[in-house]
Design a protein around this ligand. Structure first.
Ligand SMILES: *[C@@H]1O[C@H](CO)[C@@H](O)[C@H](O)[C@H]1NC(C)=O
Ligand SMILES: [Fe+2]
Length: 434
């Protein structure tokens, strides 16, 4: 039998060990930094067969239509049956399907692409894919006017932290997700794209997910295939509607045109003679700020970043394109890539500027590479808030002048509001009006 003093000593030892572990992982505010988590493997449901629709996700096509994308392992019709009550599908639309092979060792399933609509705004639709009665899905269309609520999360991956981030987003009551690149972290291993598709399906089949790509989407194998092969095949966005010739950059309107969102490509040419640059200049020139008080741009590699990770990687693109966004009085720029959260004040050309966009890095979705915890010291004056924790953001555009931005940290699997700021549209700023 252990003597009481020995038990006491043993307890004291345990407490010291615990305190040491906690202190070594916590910041000045006492927040315990979460460790990276491993990839989840998301299998098909046990009763699924090769004709069962899987990896369903939707994306907006203009203000009244929706693209439904899903995969079947076997040949199944590219049809979507839909309606506004469960189990009843008075409407039907058909589209096409395609597949891709990758580096001689992987053949994708049939990737189906069907655009449905016109749809009513702010309405729940029930639908089934390939006319397969086994699975019914539903989504809610975004509202046709303000207010509208975006969820924003980059560098998601498919770990336990991704799951936690997705759970918080699901509870947020959002209308549409904006994803600033780095989706699956498949990193050449194509079955991970399928696993990711199954992981995000509950959310991505019920709200439009509007994405742009990151470096993890490139997946270029020399001689064996073009870059962005899986990304372009699986995550087709409505680029053609905005006059873009590439799925890598495009723009769209939301809330009946009150918001214009521009998705840019950090890994396509962006210099002044490039197609992307010309397209962006033309796209910005078309915006009427009387009708569209909010303009948001989304990139992958941040142009402003005080984290040690990926320093200066966005600098060439910033030099090539920042003036275009500034002259157009873009309100907000979201970026990913750095696995942390950072918010800058309004900036232009490395200085605080009341007519420049607010830049926000939101690359903390939860991928397996973990967090980027080292920062440049001291914190630059233009950096308002920075923290290396997993989480997601919410942009609540209340009306034509005000929007509320909040950052929600995955605090021990709970969503905690850690940063919050009211933003005023530059279209209503007398000194920035053009
Ligand atoms: C916009 O919303 C904000 C916050 O709720 C409110 O204070 C402001 O009066 C609204 N502005 C307009 C023009 O409705
Ligand atoms: Fe990245």
């Amino acid at each position: 039998m252990a003597s009481p003093t020995l038990v006491l000593r043993y307890h004291r030892f345990l407490v010291i060990v615990l305190v040491t572990i906690i202190l070594s992982r916590s910041s000045a505010d006492g927040y315990v930094r979460p460790m990276p988590r491993k990839d989840l493997s998301v299998p098909l449901a046990a009763d699924a067969d090769e004709f069962t629709p899987q990896q369903v996700h939707i994306s907006q096509v203009g203000l009244e239509k929706m693209r439904v994308t899903w995969i079947t392992d076997g040949d199944a019709p590219s049809t979507v049956d839909y309606g506004t009550s469960s189990g009843s599908y008075p409407f039907s639309a058909s589209g096409s399907s395609d597949s891709y092979s990758y580096a001689l060792i992987y053949e994708s399933g049939q990737i189906h692409d069907v655009v449905i609509g016109p749809l009513n705004p702010d309405t729940v639709y029930y639908y089934r894919c390939s006319s397969n009665p086994a699975r019914e899905f539903s989504f809610r269309t975004p509202p046709s006017k303000l207010p509208i609520k975006f969820a924003v999360a980059g560098d998601l991956g498919q770990t336990g932290w991704t799951k936690s981030t997705l759970e918080h987003i699901a509870k947020s009551g959002y209308d549409m997700l904006l994803l600033p690149g780095d989706l699956s972290y498949a990193d050449f291993w194509q079955p991970r794209w399928d696993s990711y598709g199954r992981l995000v399906e509950p959310l991505a089949s019920s709200r439009p997910w509007m994405v742009t790509q990151g470096n993890h989407e490139i997946e270029k194998v020399p001689l064996l295939g073009s870059p962005f092969k899986a990304y372009n095949a699986r995550w087709r966005m409505p680029y053609d509607l905005s006059g873009s010739e590439s799925n890598l950059y495009y723009s769209f309107d939301a809330a009946g045109g009150a918001i214009h969102v521009i998705m840019l490509a950090s890994y396509a040419d962006y210099d002044s003679s490039s197609d992307q640059h010309k397209w962006l200049a033309g796209d910005l020139a078309k915006i009427d700020r009387q009708k569209t008080p909010w303009v948001v741009a989304v990139i992958h590699a941040p142009w402003y970043n005080s984290n040690d990770d990926h320093q200066d990687e966005g600098e060439d693109m910033r030099k090539a394109m920042e003036e275009l966004l500034y002259q157009a009085r873009v309100d907000l720029v979201f970026a990913g890539h750095v696995h942390a959260y950072e918010r800058f004040t309004r900036v232009y050309n490395n200085n605080a500027d009341e007519c420049g966009p607010v830049h926000i890095t939101i690359g903390d979705g939860g991928n397996r590479e973990g967090l980027a915890t080292e920062y440049i010291d001291p914190q630059p004056k233009i950096s308002v808030f920075r923290e290396a924790s997993f989480g997601h953001g919410q942009l609540d555009v209340v009306n034509g002048t005000q929007a509320l931005w909040t950052w929600h940290r995955n605090d021990d699997d709970e969503a905690v509001v850690a940063d919050k700021v009211w933003l005023t549209s530059l279209s209503s700023s007398p000194s920035c009006k053009k």
